[in-house]
Design a protein around this ligand. Structure first.
Ligand code: CA
Length: 229
């Protein structure tokens, strides 16, 4: 079941949103305080956050910015003023959508559903619950530490596996060889950043259909590597 966090100081509005969402089989938590809401958003797993812009202790902009530093789950901003929409857009905070008060609860539910399904498609069928990452024929089982391509198992060394999982868990972000080396080989003194290149080559040989045109791990020239989602 998808869990939603509502950060809203007007309890009657929060409860109205909650009632409609619960009728649609969502699990809902309410926080009426900005700082407490932010803490929950950072520490717990939600499918979506409905965030009121005007809160007594912290504004929605600050909260959104802080959530975005750690998570890319959908955020719907609720505002009382139409003028705020331009500001929300202008700040480039990564808000997925916004609604202005008063809004129709059923429209909010429709948007919530649309954003959750879009996000789930975006992250492939990444099932965080069972620790399996599945993207375009590549399946990584983090619990069993096994990798499959079109259901055929590929044998990975520990470091190759760690490197692949790290990249696949942070899709569409570019990491330099230095960053990858520090992440995967951290305190071990043996090896240098060339080790990263060697491991990427070995991983590609196992998972790519054509290593000259990689569809999973892309080289970003002069920068590093990126796992394409
Ligand atoms: Ca408010």
């Amino acid at each position: 079941m998808s869990k939603i966090l509502i950060i809203e100081d007007e309890l009657s509005i929060a409860e109205l949103e909650r009632d409609y969402l619960e009728l649609n089989n969502f699990e809902v938590e309410i926080e009426t305080n900005g700082a407490a809401g932010l803490k929950k958003a950072q520490e717990e797993e939600y499918s979506l956050i409905i965030l009121d812009l005007m809160l007594p202790d912290m504004d929605g902009f600050e909260i959104c910015k802080a959530i975005r530093e750690e998570k890319d789950i959908p955020i719907i901003m609720v505002t009382a003023k139409k003028n705020d929409i331009d500001k929300i857009r202008g700040l480039g905070l990564g808000v997925d959508d916004y609604v202005t008060k008063p809004f129709s609860p059923s429209e909010l539910v429709a948007r919530v559903k649309a954003h959750i399904s879009r996000y789930e498609r975006l992250i492939g069928s990444t099932a965080l619950q069972n620790n399996i990452i599945e993207i375009r024929g590549l399946k990584i089982d983090r619990t069993d530490r096994r990798v499959y391509i079109d259901n055929e198992e590929k044998v990975f060394t520990n470091k190759e596996f760690d490197l692949l999982v790290f990249l696949a868990s942070n899709p569409n972000k570019v990491f330099s060889k230095e960053e990858l080396f520090n992440k995967i080989w951290n305190m071990e003194s043996i090896g240098d950043i060339a080790t990263v290149t060697v491991h990427i080559k070995k991983i590609r040989e196992k998972i790519e259909f054509d290593t000259s045109k990689p569809q999973y791990i892309e080289t970003v020239w002069g920068v590093g590597y990126r796992f394409r989602m």
